[in-house]
Design a protein around this ligand. Structure first.
Ligand code: FES
Ligand SMILES: [Fe+2]
Length: 358
C-alpha cells in the first residue's frame, strides 16, 4: 500500500493510543552498536542496547561476535575479561565462552560438568558498523541488513558521525523529517523557505519531499560543499527549486537524499538512533553522510572541513532542541505536543505502530 499526496490531508493513520515517548524501538531489526574502528583485533567492547549489556568480541583472527555482557557464574561483565583465540575468558574465575555463548571451560571443573553459558546475539559487520540483532534470534535470518546509503561507492566520500543524545529516538525522526524547523538553523543557513511537495507511505515507511528557496542570507560554505560551485548566488533560488530533498523513515532507520538534475543524489544520509537505557530516554546516533564527488574530486576534499563544521553546527542545534523537548516531556509527564503538520502526525503513528509491543 503506497499513496502519494501533494496536498497535506488530515492524518489517515490513527493517532498513537499510547504515549509515543514511552514506546521502545522494536528489537527485531539490525542495530549498529559500535563503529568497526572502535574494536581492535583481540579485544572486546562493552556496549548497550536499551539497557541490555552486550559485549562485542573481535578475535585476532575471525569475525566479530556479540554476547550478553554478563558472566554466567557471578554476573560480572565479560567485557572486563580477556580475548583468547576465538573465545573470551571472564576476568574473575576464568570461565571461557565461545562465539555461540557456550561455556567451553571452567579451569577447575571437568569438561563433562560445564554449566550453561550466556546468550549470543546475531552479529554482522558492514559499512564500518558492527550490527547486532537484539530481538528474536530466529527472525534474524529473515530480516535483511539495512542498505547503508552510498557507503562503499567510490563516487562518494562518507563522513561517519554520531554521539549520545539525551532524548527518546522518536524526537529525532520527527526533527529530521520536519523541514518546517529551518528557523532554528537561521544562523547557519540564512533563511530558507522549504516547500512541501508531497508524501508517500507504506506499512513500514514514510517519506516526504521538499524543495527549497533561499529567502535571505548568504549560502554557507558547508552547503556549497554539497552542491559544488554550480550555483551562483543570483540564480540560487531558481536552481534550488530543482533540488529535491527526500526524507524517509524506513523503520527503524532514516535517510535524507538531495537530488539535483541527475539521478544520483548529491547527498545521501543514512542514520539510526539506538537506545542506550532501558527507558529509552537516551540514544547513540550512527550517521553515514555520503557526499558525491564533483568532476574534480579534490574539490570535495578541500571543502570537507567546511562541510564537517557546517554539519556539526546544524547537528548541535538539533541535539539541543530535542533534548529540551525530552526535558519538557519529563517535566509534564505526558506528551502535550500539538502537532499540526500531517506528515509528522503520520510519522508518529508509524513509529508507534512499528514500535515494540507493550
Ligand atoms: S564471575 Fe566469571 S568466572 Fe566467575
Ligand atoms: Fe535540524
Amino acid at each position: 500500500m503506497d499513496q502519494l499526496s501533494s496536498v497535506p490531508q488530515a492524518a489517515n493513520l490513527a493517532a498513537p493510543a499510547r504515549d509515543l515517548r514511552r514506546i521502545g524501538v522494536h528489537p527485531d531489526h539490525w542495530y549498529p552498536l559500535a563503529w568497526s574502528r572502535e574494536l581492535k583485533p583481540g579485544r572486546s567492547l562493552a556496549v548497550r542496547f536499551a539497557g541490555e549489556p552486550i559485549v562485542l568480541v573481535r578475535p585476532a583472527n575471525g569475525e566479530v561476535y556479540a554476547l550478553e555482557d554478563r558472566c554466567a557464574h557471578r554476573q560480572v561483565p565479560l567485557s572486563r575479561g580477556v580475548v583468547q583465540d576465538a573465545t573470551i575468558r571472564c576476568c574473575y574465575h576464568g570461565w571461557r565462552y565461545d562465539r555461540s555463548g557456550c561455556c567451553v571451560e571452567v579451569p577447575y571443573l571437568g569438561k563433562d560438568k560445564l554449566p550453561n553459558g550466556v546468550r549470543a546475539y546475531p552479529c554482522r559487520e558492514a559499512g564500518g558498523l558492527i550490527l547486532v540483532f537484539p530481538g528474536d534470534p530466529a527472525r534474524a535470518a529473515l530480516v535483511p541488513l539495512p542498505a547503508l546509503g552510498s557507503v562503499g561507492d567510490s563516487h562518494y566520500r562518507t563522513r561517519r558521525f554520531g554521539e549520545v543524545v539525551a532524548c527518546h529516538y522518536s524526537f529525532m525522526h520527527e526533527n529530521l523529517m520536519d523541514m518546517n524547523h529551518q528557523f532554528l538553523h537561521r544562523r547557519q543557513m540564512g533563511q530558507i523557505r522549504p516547500r512541501f511537495l508531497g508524501q508517500r507511505r507504506g506499512e513500514t515507511w514514510l517519506e516526504a519531499k521538499y524543495s527549497f528557496a533561499r529567502v535571505s542570507g548568504r549560502r554557507p560554505l558547508g552547503e556549497a560543499a554539497i552542491f559544488g560551485g554550480r550555483i551562483d548566488a543570483a540564480r540560487a533560488d531558481r536552481v534550488a527549486e530543482r533540488d529535491i530533498m527526500t526524507i524517509r523513515t524506513e523503520y527503524p532507520y532514516q535517510t535524507l537524499r538531495i537530488q539535483t538534475r541527475d539521478t544520483r543524489p548529491v547527498m545521501d544520509l543514512w542514520i539510526v538512533y539506538v537506545p542506550l537505557d532501558r527507558a529509552q530516554r537516551s540514544h547513540r546516533v550512527f550517521g553515514l553522510l555520503s557526499v558525491r564527488r564533483p568532476k574534480i574530486p579534490i574539490l570535495l576534499d578541500l571543502a570537507w572541513p567546511f562541510l564537517v563544521l557546517f554539519s556539526e553546527r546544524i547537528f548541535r542545534e538539533d541535539r539541543d532542541i530535542v533534548e529540551l523537548e525530552q526535558a519538557a516531556h519529563d517535566a509534564q509527564g505526558a506528551d502535550r505536543n500539538q502537532e499540526v503538520f500531517p506528515v509528522i502526525r503520520d510519522l508518529r503513528a508509524l513509529l508507534a505502530a512499528c514500535g515494540a509491543p507493550e
